[in-house]
Design a protein around this ligand. Structure first.
Ligand SMILES: [Fe+2]
Length: 402
């Protein structure tokens, strides 16, 4: 069996990323694709449904430094909804909102609020993936089919994931257009501030799903069987517990580790866990957070904060705790620099990582973002979960939901 380095995706090449950077940024690993029953190249796009796509797109341009590159809406013949396609590095977001009062997107938004409807993945062979998924009992939402325009053809299909979330599978190797047929190239009039970083993040690292009590293992098995994903790490029970709330989490990843899905479920504790709060306000399972990989988290946090992005506060006690100081050892920046920004540190046998979490980005206490800067560690900040959850619970309490 030969292990081959995953090649760069077109999106990564376009973003001027190289393999060494990606190994550091997102923990990319060599693997043997020929024995994979459901080969996945990487992320294609994260599709959000929001209450006001026009304004949300502006928010991701100004606050997250993303660049608008494509658009679909009434002006392009799509009378149902507007969709804005934004990019930072190799990471693509599609922000959609209903225009027609009859749009099904409005029903989705009424149920779930702003959130992620589709974690679209790039695959080399859509038909092979769907045949395997079907054989393992997955619910196929869209059979493989071609869509074409003057820029070529994409092969596309979709399967159901947790809740109302789906995975679109897409092979765009025969397509040179800016996103998909039906979209037109579009740039924004938004001008970045002087001194703003060229981009605030280079890639997507992981996407976390919250599922109901007792359902985590079911979804781990789903990703194992249907999509051939492997278990990366396991956090169970007490590992992620505070005095009041607890959760369980397991992580699955595709062969090259570009696509990593931690899956959380609530655990029994004295009070309602943050996962229960999510499940109530999202009306079911869904995407909890998206981790954006940056090679300079200090600069990114400063730039986002300057644009008004709010991060969870980390107690000063986190940084003065001698046990923590001993555990994290030497990192690339002085602790005081991390403390002044509230950046968390975790270390394992492979290295360390720096991370920070935003407050929920919409009106409901549901989806939020993480910034992550990896230095060898392939973990997810297990050592920080307790410190983080205590910070989240202080906020949950202030909303009267604890
Ligand atoms: Fe995370």
């Amino acid at each position: 069996m030969t292990m081959t380095d995953p090649g760069l995706t077109p999106d990564e090449k376009a973003a001027n990323l190289n393999l060494e950077q990606l190994k550091q940024l997102v923990g990319l690993v060599p693997y043997n694709q020929s024995t994979d029953p459901f080969p996945v190249t990487g992320w294609d796009a994260i599709v959000f449904v929001v209450g006001n796509a026009t304004q949300t797109a502006h928010y991701y341009e100004s606050a997250y430094g993303m660049e608008l590159e494509a658009y679909s809406g009434p002006e392009t013949g799509n009378r149902d909804h507007k969709s804005y396609v934004l990019r930072s590095g190799s990471c693509r977001f599609v922000i959609s909102g209903g225009v027609s009062p009859d749009s099904l997107l409005l029903d989705h938004h009424r149920q779930h609020g702003d959130g992620v409807v589709d974690i679209a993945l790039e695959v080399p062979d859509v038909d092979r993936c769907i045949a395997h998924a079907r054989s393992q009992g997955a619910r196929v939402l869209e059979k493989p089919h071609d869509i074409s325009d003057e820029f070529g053809t994409v092969r596309i299909a979709a399967i159901a994931a947790y809740g109302d979330t789906r995975h679109t599978l897409i092979d765009r190797s025969g397509y040179t257009g800016v996103y998909l047929p039906g979209y037109v190239e579009r740039s924004a009039g938004y001008v970045k501030r002087d001194g703003a970083p060229k981009r605030m993040f280079q890639a997507l690292d992981h996407v976390v799903g919250n599922v109901e009590l007792g359902k985590m293992d079911e979804w781990v098995t789903y990703y194992n069987k249907v999509m051939g994903f492997l278990n990366m790490a396991e956090f169970v029970g007490d590992d992620i517990a505070t005095d009041y709330s607890a959760l369980m989490s397991k992580v699955v990843a595709n062969g090259n580790h570009r696509v990593k899905f931690p899956l959380n479920e609530p655990a029994i504790a004295k009070k309602r866990s943050q996962i229960d709060e999510f499940l109530e306000f999202y009306r079911g399972p869904g995407v909890q957070h998206l981790a954006l990989a940056t090679n300079d988290i200090l600069r990114t946090v400063d730039a986002m904060r300057a644009e008004g992005v709010e991060f969870l506060a980390t107690p000063d006690s986190y940084y003065s705790d001698p046990a923590l100081r001993a555990r994290i050892g030497e990192v690339r920046a002085p602790i005081e620099e991390l403390q002044s920004r509230g950046i968390l540190v975790d270390r394992d046998e492979d290295g360390y990582l720096l991370q920070i979490f935003t407050r929920p980005t919409g009106d409901r206490p549901t989806v939020f973002f993480e910034l992550i800067e990896r230095h060898g560690s392939l973990g997810f900040g297990k050592g920080n979960f307790k410190a983080l959850f205590e910070a989240i619970e202080r906020e949950q309490d202030s909303r009267g939901n604890l």
